[in-house]
Design a protein. Structure first.
Length: 367
């Protein structure tokens, strides 16, 4: 009898494992891809696996990673933020003015940069909710406006953190509390933990997933979607401000054009990490893995002496593969139908038109 009952238990365990892999297939593929890329570059160029190079990779991941953390929230709602690059520039110029020009304390520079980023995010959210502009158009307008304001505010001149007062600013990124590991990496780890807690353990995260899964159903349930969208875009902006803090400390300067191109890198990292552009799905872990893949790719191609224009081509191909893979997974899993019928699965256990006790049966059916 013992032998007969053991088989179903083992089968059930195996099924749960398969289901877990299937649910997190995007993240599993990202990790597998990162491992393959690292092994390939390690074989082709042994210098790739030296600690100094690994430290450089981690350092180059920090800014893109922080931008990606913020935009992950936005993309999960089904939106997009094209202004993250130039908004970071505006935050950087603000930091330079506070710390270098006005000789303000370093902590005020940090708060000022994050506050400006959050304000730009709130403007994005307001344009989208109050004026009913598509996120693409609203954030494109903000991108150009932030770029212009940064140029005007900086008077087209870079701000250098060179005097004794402001030189301590560079220790934020370049200092090493842990030997051999820049502080910027520790800041990224801390930011990722905070983002994961917000996304997975708070009501903000629940509404983020709910809005991305089915915005209309979320509205019908009584959730003030417009208010929460403004909050979500503000959170994205706060991470942009933190990225500006790290970047200015790493470069030792705030240049009026330093953020150009970073919006594409940040969004690409989120997509590669498995977050769906259709909304309703994404993880902070996947985003960090996506940022690492971007940094490892660029670093490895440089070590192999690949020309920069070909580096862009390779990154573009990787993004296409990531988006295509997401579309294939959604078609196979029937996620579109699941989002329609189970739109509020990330709220507090209550589904529209369905009693709580039917939740597990419905979820098993759509899986």
């Amino acid at each position: 009898m013992a032998t007969k009952t053991a088989a179903p238990v083992e089968g059930a365990t195996g099924n749960r494992f398969v289901e877990a892999i299937r649910r997190e297939i995007g993240q599993v593929m990202a990790v597998s891809g990162l491992a393959v890329i690292c092994i390939f570059f390690s074989i082709m160029r042994p210098v790739f696996r030296e600690w100094q190079n690994i430290s450089n990779i981690l350092l180059s991941t920090t800014v893109t990673g922080m931008l990606a953390l913020g935009v992950t929230f936005v993309i999960i709602t089904g939106g997009i933020d094209l202004s993250i690059g130039t908004s970071m520039t505006l935050c950087a110029v603000t930091i330079g003015k506070i710390v270098v020009v006005h000789k303000g304390p370093l902590w005020l520079g940090v708060i000022g940069g994050i506050a400006v980023g959050a304000a730009v995010g709130a403007i994005n959210g307001t344009l989208i909710t109050a004026l009913k502009l598509p996120p693409f158009i609203a954030t494109l307008a903000t991108m150009k406006a932030a770029q212009g304001i940064a140029l005007i505010y900086s008077q087209l001149a870079p701000i250098h953190f060179g005097d004794p007062h402001s030189q301590a600013w560079t220790n934020i990124s370049q200092g090493k509390i842990i030997s051999g590991l820049p502080n910027a990496v520790l800041i990224l780890v801390g930011a990722a933990i905070i983002a994961a807690i917000i996304l997975n353990k708070t009501i903000i995260g629940r509404y983020t997933f709910a809005i991305g899964s089915n915005m209309e159903a979320t509205k019908l349930s009584g959730v003030k979607v417009n208010r929460w969208l403004i909050i979500i875009y503000s959170i994205c902006g706060a991470f942009i401000g933190l990225a500006a803090v790290v970047l200015t400390a790493r470069l030792g300067a705030a240049e009026p054009d330093l953020g150009l191109g970073y919006e594409l890198e940040g969004i690409a990292a989120v997509i590669i990490g498995g977050t769906s552009l259709l909304g309703g799905k994404g993880t902070i872990t996947g985003t960090i893995i996506g940022a690492l893949i971007m940094a490892v790719l660029v670093n490895g191609l440089r070590i192999m002496s690949i020309q920069q224009e070909w580096q862009y081509v390779v990154v573009g191909i990787v993004i296409i593969i990531a988006v295509w893979g997401d579309n294939v997974r959604r078609r196979r899993a029937g996620d579109s139908n699941r989002c329609i019928h189970l739109g509020l699965c990330h709220l507090t256990g209550r589904w529209i038109g369905k009693p709580v006790q039917e939740r597990q049966q419905q979820e098993l059916h759509f899986r």
